[in-house]
Design a protein around this ligand. Structure first.
Ligand code: GTP
Ligand code: MG
Length: 201
């Protein structure tokens, strides 16, 4: 898929106020600093579209982007960020859970995982929660440029083995790097294919 146009639409904290669910939507979710906003910029080819930062907790709202006038991307706040207060953490969690359970046009939740880390319990819990709620998901490993080929394979294999302890099959997996533009074609063609099965709610 070619990206002809991608533009920011709206930020908000309320699922009800998100754009009308008339187009297919893809959410980018994961721990703070994992690279959600960078991935959105890499996929759309616009490095200024979503705000990125080396300081975790940059994205604090649900941000909607419209791509090719045809589908939405939603950039969500990161979970598992230790430096926000407990009540703010709860607010983020509620926001994310509400969004996922209520958003009728949500086609796939892209769960982002930093390929350098071992499987982390809050990522695994989140993935399990998505499975229990029958929300379609795909795993997107980020920052692949930070490891060599051998380390990538080792960490990927380890992650897959961990998932297969509780899942019968693996969800779609993507290996990406925002700096090297790795995984772009694969993700865009996945989105393209998924857009075709969208039915207006
Ligand atoms: P929050 O909005 O705070 O939850 O973070 P986020 O998940 O949106 O992460 P963001 O895209 O802001 O990136 C966090 C940091 O990681 C930034 O310093 C990025 O430059 C860096 N980063 C993101 N993706 C990559 C990547 O693929 N490779 C490398 N080397 N750095 C990356
Ligand atoms: Mg962000």
């Amino acid at each position: 898929m070619q990206i002809n146009e991608a533009r920011f639409l709206v930020s908000n904290t309320d699922v009800e106020k998100c754009p009308a669910p008339a187009l297919p939507e893809y959410a980018f979710i994961g721990r703070s600093n994992v690279g959600k906003s960078s991935l959105i910029n890499m996929l759309t080819g616009n490095k200024n579209l979503a705000k990125t930062s080396g300081t975790p907790g940059k994205t604090q709202l649900i941000n909607h982007f419209l791509v090719n006038n045809q589908w939405y991307m939603a950039d969500l706040p990161g979970y598992g960020f230790a430096k926000v207060s407990k009540s703010q953490k709860k607010d983020f969690e509620k926001l994310i859970n509400d969004y996922i359970l209520k958003r009728k046009n949500l086609m796939t939740v892209f769960v982002l995982i930093d390929i350098r880390h071992k499987p982390l319990s809050n990522d695994l819990e989140f993935i399990t929660w998505l499975g229990e709620n029958r929300i379609p998901l795909a795993l997107v490993f980020t920052k692949a440029d930070k490891l060599n080929r051998q380390e990538l394979k080792k960490n990927l294999d380890h992650y897959k083995a961990t998932l297969l302890e509780s899942w019968q099959e693996l969800p779609p997996l993507f290996l990406t790097s925002a700096t090297k533009r790795l995984g772009r074609e694969e993700m865009l063609s996945f989105i393209d294919g998924t857009n075709e099965v969208f039915e207006r709610p």
